[in-house]
Design a protein around this ligand. Structure first.
Ligand code: NDP
Length: 315
């Protein structure tokens, strides 16, 4: 496993990381989730991602329990807040009250003394950014959080955050967590260039397009029964990724991966990691074998010729 710096910091994170959305506490039971996390840890993954809202807190409990047996300094634990955790008027967003309460609730559910990386899960237009950043800075100074990131913020929103941080000498955001894969590329336009200039790297989620870029969904609508797309509790964001025109491209990408002697999932992960501003490809996994296959993408360098062939397929 190769490691990369997270943004302009001294922190090394594995270039392939493991998340817990839609899996742990949800489609994947605790015993298998623990096996997947153990497999990831044993293969050098040191960055584990969760959020308060995943399975309404259950994912944090499972991830925290699975990692508890390992030395705390050997892994980087990230969680997030923003999405509703209840029906009350203050049970969501990035207000001082909600962030403060959720960080403490996450510490409890994860059963740790500090969170390595805390993300603002989305931008909150209803809360002054100064309020959020000051609250997070207070939590940083109290040692409850070590680094701060954002998820799916635009370059303009991140610029506002840096401006406020510099003005009030608050800790800067160092990482953004956007969606990025061969099938979803908007961050190439503004977010990556902004990150490069400003010491903010990307930890990219769904690099396998939720499993579509493994090649297991064939054109014609054949959905494997044990897959995310077959699970009505988990497939709500997959329609666009499963469009026939995308699946036809995926077939061509699979042929290219076969020619290279690697799996399509390895090609898809190596492709997002080609960019130095990407610190980590944040995968999900419902089985230990998936992690075993996917981590082999670490260190694969794609030649310019292969990158051109991929562009030609995707255009
Ligand atoms: P991926 O694109 O890596 O999809 C993961 C899913 O693909 C797995 O659960 C599995 O699903 C399938 N899969 C993975 N590897 C293989 C393989 N080798 N062969 C066959 N199938 C495979 O990422 P996710 O969409 O799961 O997102 C990853 C993480 O990113 C999340 O857990 C979360 O931490 C984070 N995230 C963050 C968001 C944000 O707003 N910040 C939003 C979404 C995710 P199955 O076996 O069930 O088909």
């Amino acid at each position: 496993m190769n490691y990369r710096k997270m943004g302009r910091t001294g922190l090394n994170i594995s270039e392939i990381s493991l998340g817990s959305w839609l899996t742990y506490g949800n489609s994947t039971d605790k015993e298998i989730a623990t096996k997947v996390i153990d497999t990831a840890y044993s293969l050098g993954i040191n960055y584990f991602d969760t959020a308060n809202v995943y399975a309404n807190g259950k994912a944090e409990v499972i991830v925290g329990e699975a990692l508890k047996k390992y030395p705390r300094e050997s892994y980087v634990l990230a969680t997030k807040a923003f999405w509703p955790m209840g029906t009350g008027p203050n049970d969501k967003g990035l207000s001082r009250k909600h962030v403060f309460e959720q960080v403490h609730a996450s510490l409890k559910r994860l059963n740790v003394n500090y969170i390595d990386l805390f993300y603002c899960h989305r931008y909150d237009p209803e809360t002054p950014l100064e309020e959020t950043l000051r609250t997070i800075d207070d939590l940083l100074r109290q040692g409850k959080i070590l680094y701060v990131g954002v998820s799916e913020w635009t370059a303009t929103q991140m610029a506002q955050a840096l401006h406020i941080a510099d003005r009030y000498l608050l800790d800067r955001i160092v990482v953004n967590q956007p969606q990025y894969s061969m099938l979803y590329r908007y961050i190439e336009e503004e977010v990556i260039p902004f990150g490069e200039k400003n010491g903010i790297s990307q930890v990219v989620f769904s690099p396998l397009a939720q499993g579509v870029l493994t090649g297991k969904y064939k054109p014609g609508g054949n959905i494997p029964s044990d897959s995310r797309a077959a699970d009505p509790n988990s497939n709500m964001f997959m329609d666009n990724l499963l469009k026939e025109e995308k699946l036809l491209k995926v077939e061509k990408l699979k042929t290219l991966a076969d020619e290279l002697g690697i799996s399509l999932s390895q090609l898809a992960i190596a492709w997002v990691l080609r960019h130095p501003n990407i610190s980590s490809a944040l995968i999900g996994a419902s089985k230990p074998e998936q992690v075993e296959e996917n981590v082999k993408a670490s260190g694969i360098k794609l030649s310019d010729e292969v990158l051109d062939k991929i562009e030609a397929i995707l255009e």
